[in-house]
Design a protein around this ligand. Structure first.
Ligand code: SAM
Ligand code: DTB
Ligand code: SF4
Length: 345
């Protein structure tokens, strides 16, 4: 009989030196063993019955010059998404008020930009300040940041910046050619330096290998500090994008990815992100069991559908899940790389 060492022996302390073979070894564990370990780690840091909810709004849709092969907002592909200007402040605030009324604790504003331009900074900063004043946590995803911009967003009241690594460095070039992995790491480091929480994850189901999923997770877990929030997106296939028609990922492999993310980044919020609309309730329940503890809530992601709020409320009721409110939801501090040796978890 194979001996599997107790979860605590390998999972207990936040490490920053995960190798691909080590992460692959987790992926390769028997499913039940992997989920047990992920759930064990999850319980060391979180109440397993509480889930945080963020609502997304696309504040600037379409017309993006980048070539991300998954994205319906790229100007390079012919998709149902049409380019629109930056939304007016009032429209954003109405959406934020609705999100709060429905129970979301964080409001995430996304823009289809390659980088944040100086002339766009002030209107977005105003949105952040006013959304924050409604009593919501604020998050934006605006592409790459230039010098000093992260500090100005922070001063406006920004809590989280979302910027994903998306996949492994090896597979990255198959998906995006218009900016590099290094560009992404630089923006992440500017966000961190400015004292903004980092929201950083990726997409699976793009035709990548398991080793690429392991590579994505290792790169996230090996950042100088773990991202406080780790969105795991399952590709939403949109007609007209190069990835429309990509082979479907085995749903259990998706759950394994969530479980490995939980084990590698024990104190981070792991968000079950894009792709829920085409997941059954049972698959989502398995993801919560594997340590996912955050979702996007609301009937639309940026441009594609998400489950209805009624459906999500029923799912939460059926599973006995509760909302995690803002006061309780600051991720436990994760030690810096040089503190890891003495960290106990
Ligand atoms: N333009 C900015 C950027 O890319 O940095 C911010 C918005 S972009 C839409 C944010 C993230 O959404 C991407 O990094 C990607 O991980 C995710 N995403 C975009 N299209 C997706 C799709 N079709 N399926 C799953 N995730 C997707
Ligand atoms: C993230 O990782 N997923 C969200 C958020 N960050 C901005 C976006 C998902 C987008 C899915 C495709 C769409 O709706 O356009
Ligand atoms: Fe543009 Fe972001 Fe879509 Fe890439 S993911 S095409 S950068 S909106």
């Amino acid at each position: 009989m194979t001996y599997f060492p107790p979860a605590a022996e390998i999972c207990d302390s936040p490490r920053h030196d995960w190798s691909i073979p080590e992460v692959l070894a987790l992926f390769e564990l028997p499913f039940v063993e992997l989920i047990y370990r992920a759930q064990t780690v999850h319980r060391q840091h979180f109440n397993p019955n509480q889930v945080q909810m963020s609502t997304l709004l696309s504040i600037k849709t379409g017309g993006c010059p980048e070539d991300c092969a998954y994205c319906p907002q790229s100007v390079r592909y012919s998709t149902p998404v049409k380019a629109e200007p930056l939304l007016p402040l009032e429209e954003v605030l109405t959406a934020a008020r609705n999100a709060k009324a429905r129970g979301a604790s964080r409001f995430c504003m996304g823009a289809a930009w390659r980088r944040l331009k100086e002339r766009e900074l002030e209107p977005v900063a105003k949105m952040i300040t006013e959304v924050k004043a409604l009593g919501l946590e604020t998050c934006v995803t605006l592409g790459m940041l230039g010098p000093g911009q992260a500090e100005r967003l922070k001063a406006a009241g920004l809590d989280y910046y979302n910027h994903n690594l998306d996949t492994s460095p090896e597979f990255y070039g198959e998906i995006i050619t218009t900016r590099t992995y290094q560009d992404r790491l630089e923006t992440l480091s500017q966000v961190r330096e400015a004292g903004i929480h980092v929201c950083c994850g990726g997409i699976v189901g793009m035709g990548e290998e398991r080793s690429d999923r392991a590579g994505l997770l290792a790169n996230l877990a090996n950042l100088p500090r773990h991202p406080e929030s780790v969105p795991i997106n399952r590709l939403v296939q949109v007609e007209g994008t190069p990835l429309a028609g990509a082979p479907e990922l085995d749903p259990f492999e998706f759950v394994r990815t969530v479980a490995c993310a939980r084990i590698l980044m024990p104190a981070s919020f792991v968000r079950l992100s894009a792709g829920r609309e085409t997941m059954g309730d049972e698959l989502q329940a398995l993801c919560f069991l594997a340590g996912a503890n955050s979702i996007f809530y609301g009937e639309k992601l940026l441009t594609t559908p998400n489950p209805t709020t009624d459906h999500d409320q029923q799912l939460f009721e059926r599973l006995g899940l509760e909302l995690l409110f803002p006061q309780a939801q600051v991720a436990a501090p994760v030690p810096e790389a040089d503190e890891v040796g003495s960290a106990s978890g």
